[in-house]
Design a protein around this ligand. Structure first.
Ligand code: C5P
Length: 213
């Protein structure tokens, strides 16, 4: 795979309260090790770690110091990428599958920008203070996941544009769209969920058992 894998892993995992997620162990492996398993063919792997964090040994990856935000961490990784295509994947989603990666990669190769999304199963409401407000039609909305894939030059341009304009973003697809370039959607997967809250670790432990079996 002539692709650079960029892993922003420089967050401190504040909502989880167990330190940086990259080093969190589930089923005998760190979340970083789990996350890397879905990309066996990536020709280059670049990982952003929190400032001062010791780089783990024995992984086929280059470690860089991340920035203050996810966006800054990805911008730093992008600077170091040397291949024409990049996949950006959050370490907080350790159970993305190789099938999902292939889907994103194929769409990114064909179109220049691709992101996986999922429909929402719950009813969605805009609260009015403490009260139940207007329901937002869930059919119209999608949850956005990673990995997201891009032509490297396009994502660099999108980050540079965002920096000039002072735009901030929680993922990369929105920066590409802000630049005026369409992002293709592919089917995401529920097991590529984001580990954010303590109870997410229960599901992660269960998935680790299945994947380890
Ligand atoms: O904070 P959030 O959950 O949106 O973080 C998503 C991803 O971005 C995580 O993998 C986290 O490690 C990474 N991140 C980063 N640099 C930061 C903040 C978050 O690489 N300064």
């Amino acid at each position: 795979m002539e692709v650079s894998l960029l892993i922003p892993a420089a967050g401190n995992g504040e909502r989880l309260g167990l330190g940086p997620k990259a080093f969190l162990r589930v089923g005998g492996r760190t979340l970083l090790e789990w996350a890397l398993r879905a990309f066996p063919g990536a020709a280059e792997v670049l990982v952003a770690l929190p400032p001062g964090a010791e780089a783990p040994r024995g992984l086929r990856a280059v470690f860089l110091e991340g920035g203050k935000t996810r966006q800054e961490s990805v911008a730093r990784l992008l600077e170091a990428a040397s291949l024409p295509l990049v996949l950006v994947h959050d370490v907080a989603r350790p159970f993305a599958s190789t099938l999902l990666v292939e889907r994103v990669l194929r769409a990114a190769q064909a179109t220049g920008a691709a992101a996986p999304v999922l429909p929402l199963p719950d009813t969605l409401v805009r609260p009015e203070g403490e009260a139940y407000g207007e329901v937002v039609p869930r059919e119209a909305l999608r949850l956005v996941q990673t990995p997201q894939g891009f032509f490297t030059a396009l994502l660099r341009e999108a980050h540079a544009y965002a920096k000039r304009r002072g735009l901030t973003a929680t993922d990369d697809a929105q920066l590409v769209r802000a630049l005026g370039y369409p992002v293709a959607l592919v089917a995401g997967e529920r097991t590529a969920f984001k580990i954010t809250y303590p109870e997410d670790l229960l599901l992660a432990e269960a998935l680790a058992r299945v994947w380890n079996a």
